[in-house]
Design a protein around this ligand. Sequence first.
Ligand code: SRM
Ligand code: SF4
Length: 553
Amino acid sequence: MTVTDPIASPVESIKAASALLRGDLASELEAPAPNVSHDAEQLLKFHGVYAQDDRDQRRARSLAGETLAFSFMIRVAIPGGRLTTAQWLALDAVADDVADGTIRLTTRQAVQFHGVAKHDLRTVASTLHHHLLTSFAACGDVVRNTVTCPDLAIAGGGDPGEGVASRIARAFKPATRAHWEIFVDGTLAASAVEDVEHDFYGETYLPRKFKIAVAHPDENCVDVYAQDLGLVPATHPELGSGFVVLVGGGLGRSYAQADTFARLADSLTFVTHDEVIALIGAVVETYRDLGDRTNRRRARMKYVVADGGLAAFAAAVSRRYGPLRPPLEVHLGAGDDHLGWRKDADGRWRLGIRVAAGRVRDERVGLGLRSALREVLRGRDLELIITAQQDLIVAGFAQSERDEVDRLLERHGVRGLDQLGAVERSALACPALPTCGQALAEAERVLPAVVDAVQASLDRLGGSRGLQLRLTGCPNGCARPALAEVGIVGRTKTTYDVYLGGGPRGDRLARVAHEKVELDDLAEVLTPHLERWRDEGLDGESFGDFVQRVAAP
Ligand code: SRM
Ligand code: SF4
């Protein structure tokens, strides 16, 4: 199919007519209106920017005939979630200068700013550029930010010490100069006519987003089976070290479309470090050519793999890459949460800090996690790593600094590991209301209440074990509830579907156990399951494994 085909989705035509992601963005950004046109909204995503409005105000404003409270979300792509002290401090300043005062750590190790006015978008882009960061390609129909286990120090082939996430980011970042012209230089200096895009994208880019994660060889903190393409480090008996490549995972679903579903990735092949970028390129091209460009709800690569079968997909990749080796077996353990103090190989220490729903903020001016981090970073050269659990690792401390850092965090009300509840420690929630345009129900804002209620049920039952709870405002699944022991997914404004039986290894899909449960009833609905787990669970058996065992035929 070509984009001139009458049944190609409208976004395909917008991309094709955009002169490599330019469209009318430059003039729309200059215009006085607080929002942009529908076509510009589609193109802005490629630049890491989402048009939003404050949904708390939407109804009242509409009824009063007023303009909606428009603002923009900007997502900063951070390969492997790794930032320098200077980069973090620059992001921290952006939060106050032009956003809502918070830094939102995402489930893909990126950072989001909410509440940015249109006229400030270029300021943010320039600041990011100045600090060797960018929002470009953090969203849109391209290879997205690559997620990597924080413990990985994988040498990137030719250049030892360089992370594979950075190699992927460099290889698959779109080549168009549009972002720099429109957002950073502020002028259309280079002519769009002279601009050239990578062949693997072409003028219409991919049918939809494409997500990659690199797991640790032993544990699955990145949810590698939920990715379009997953890499699991492994050692081949003859070829040495490389990666098992998984393909065809994805979690998004739509209630309106019954043929959408969550899917776990399948093992495709084994590649060495030197081969990995070429293999990813072949998979991307296969997806570019075979993905559904008529229906964006079914445009993800998982549907190509599911509909045609893995063998046909492998054959299509092989035609572009050459013969594929059989994959090695993968055995991943439960995901590490990377929290607390840990000693690195070089003798320095890293501290993993729990960040509820990834929202780094102060509770009041000068007091809270944001301020604490500024104080910790002042005068120190540290590395920060955002985890796929929306948490933050600060690395590079000397042993002698640990007590001082603990005291500083405590002074700011940042709770240590020993003060966290077992449920709270691993719970995830997506942003949902009031910013997300797709939210059907609350998520981040009700997470503390849901966690407290479930923890109270566990406490009443006398259990000491925790469980993995993930909450989203709709079935798009941004906090990956489909893989959780307890996945709670917004169904209507006040109700949720409850999924049970995923697990900490992230290698199993949870199944729906209850539908349309009111928020206040969630803990009550869970209690009988928790009671059975207490009474019938095996020693050390996780809640998800228990549910899976007793529910199995
Ligand atoms: Fe997501 C769309 C937030 C990870 C599946 N996601 C959105 C948007 C942009 C809403 C929109 O389209 O208007 C959300 C922005 C809300 C806001 O106000 O900030 C949003 N997604 C997030 C984040 C911030 C959730 C979080 O709590 O951290 C994550 C940002 C990741 C990043 O840094 O790039 C985020 N989204 C995910 C994941 C998890 C993952 O990738 O590991 C998934 C499920 C995996 C997958 O892709 O299958 C996910 N988001 C979706 C989908 C469903 C896509 C589909 O296949 O149908 C949408 C809807 C869409 O793309 O149209 C979506
Ligand atoms: Fe929005 Fe749904 Fe993603 Fe939550 S899961 S951020 S409600 S798209």
